[in-house]
Structures are given as C-alpha cells and as structure tokens.
Write a protein that binds this ligand. Structure first.
Ligand code: OAD
Length: 257
C-alpha cells in the first residue's frame, strides 16, 4: 500500500518525486534501521525491535560497557550473528544506483552494518560507526571482524578490552564525521529520509537542517515518522526505492540525460 500526503495516486507520486530528483539532483539520503530490515537485521523501535527486548541503557550505553563489556558484546551477537550472512537488499542497491546516476551525492546512515558500502555506495557517512571495526581501548590497535579473539569479552593482544567502533548511548558522535553529515545536509536540495524513526539525536536534527536550507524532504517508511516531510511514501524501502530509480530512468530515456 502506498499512501501519500498529497491527493495524488501512487504512480503519480513516484513520477513527481523522480522528476524533482532529476531536476534538483544534489540529493542526500539519511537512512536508519528500516533500510536494512529487508536484509533480516532487526530494527530498534518497530514492533519486535531490539529495544523492545533489551534496555538500551543497560546494554548499549558507554557506562554499561565500562562496567560489563560482555553485555554489549552479547547484544552484538543478537543483532548480527554472522557477518557474511547479511547482504544488501534492493533498497541499498537502489541508493547505490542513484549515486552512480549522479543524483544521490551521499548516504548518511545511522546503521552500523556496513551494508550501504557493500551495496556499492561510495560516499557513505556512517555517523554511528561500523560494527566490523573493532578497537582496543588501551593501545588503540584495530581489528577487523570477524578476525577477533573468541573470548567474551574479547581482549587485545596487549590485554586491553576490545570495543566495536560504534557510538554507544552517552557517547558523542565523532566530531569530524558529524560535521561532514551536517555540511551534506545543509547543502542538499533533496533529503531522502529512509527507514528511520528520526528521533535519535543528533541525527534527528539533520532533516530540519536540510529543510531550513531549502531542501525538500521525501520520506520513505512503513509509517510516517517525520510529519514535516514534503512527500511521504508509505512503503517498504526495498519496493519504493527501486520504483523511484525506475521512474528516474524513464525520464532520462525520454530526455536522453
Ligand atoms: P528505529 O528502529 O528507531 O526505526 C526504524 C524505522 O524504520 C521505523 O520508523 C520503521 O517504521 C521503519 N521501517 C521498518 N521496516 C521498514 C522497511 N522495510 N522499509 C522502510 N521503513 C521501515 O531505527 P533508527 O531510526 O535507525 O543508535 O534508530 C536510530 C538509532 O537508534 C540507531 O542508529 C541506534 C538506535 O538506538 C545507536 O545505536 C547509537
């Protein structure tokens, strides 16, 4: 089912959104857990999401990690059990295609699963880090999953505790990474908001920053999370984004661009 904010039918909204993207280009995508849901990775706040089963402060805060790192490591096993099992889905692939076509400039993602890069997107800003990158809290040595010690919690060869390079609750986002995300958001003409509840700060400030600077917001979600969106496509990302690419390709064929 596709619902839209405006009084037009589904096919018309895809055409309108595609035309806008071709005309304006300079599009930035801000993605969340919903974009990886069709790859089999659980979301956080949807029904059956991770935070329904686990208290994020108890399992995923920096304070809790310092007290008992094995708790976070066990949650990580629940979240992503076997790295290679998870593959990019049609939504990730469509975003990579839009970058190739010169329409999407970059993907800002809150996801830590690395699937945008795996799908072929080149310009990806992972504001919450990446689960595959592991770092020793004592000596800073870097490890790449799955090549990490088996024990729980894993220790570095120096004896220090290993921590995935992800942002936990109570931690600041890396300043340089978030600055890049802010610049991209402030400079875009369209923001695609895909599969995010858009409530976790500071990521949630980015669509407002884009809007204040004149961008149109196109939300793709199975429920309307961002009431200020200019367009809302109520659809799974893995269906909606390939539809958008299809409509864009029709316009490009007609206009030979
Ligand atoms: P949430 O779990 O909060 O929201 C997921 C969103 O995806 C919801 O709005 C769903 O309606 C939508 N959704 C689910 N399946 C979808 C599909 N197939 N297609 C399109 N939309 C779909 O996830 P995030 O917004 O990413 O932070 O959460 C933000 C941050 O909160 C995460 O990065 C994580 C979490 O705590 C940290 O770990 C720091």
């Amino acid at each position: 089912m596709i619902l839209v904010k405006r009084n037009v039918d589904a096919e018309a909204i895809y055409k309108e959104v595609a035309a806008l993207m071709v005309e304006r280009r300079q599009c930035v995508a801000l993605t969340g857990a919903g974009v990886s849901a069709e790859s089999g990775i659980p979301t956080f706040r949807s029904k059956g999401g991770l935070w329904e089963k686990y208290d994020p402060i108890e399992f995923a805060s920096i304070e809790a990690f310092r007290k008992d790192p094995s708790k976070y490591w066990s949650l990580r096993g629940e979240f992503i059990k076997d790295y290679d099992r998870y593959q990019p889905n049609k939504a990730h692939l469509a975003l990579a295609e839009l970058e190739k076509r010169g329409i999407v400039r970059c993907v800002i993602t809150q996801n830590i699963d690395g699937l945008h890069k795996k799908a072929g997107s080149k310009n990806v800003i992972e504001i919450h880090g990446n689960l595959m990158e592991i770092c020793c809290l004592t000596c800073g040595k870097e490890y790449k999953a799955p090549n990490i010690p088996e024990e729980m919690p894993p220790h570095c060869s120096c004896g220090g505790i290993l921590k995935p390079n992800t942002v936990l609750f109570g931690e600041e986002l890396p300043a340089d990474v978030f600055m890049k995300a802010k610049e991209a958001s402030a400079g875009c003409k369209i923001m695609l908001l895909v599969g995010t509840s858009a409530i976790v700060q500071p990521a949630a400030s980015l669509p407002y920053l884009a809007k204040q600077n004149g961008a149109k917001i196109i939300e793709i979600n199975i429920e309307n999370a961002f009431p200020d969106a200019d367009y809302f496509i109520m659809e799974k990302a893995g269906t909606a984004l390939p539809n958008v690419v299809g409509e864009i390709d029709k316009i490009r064929r007609v206009n030979l661009i």
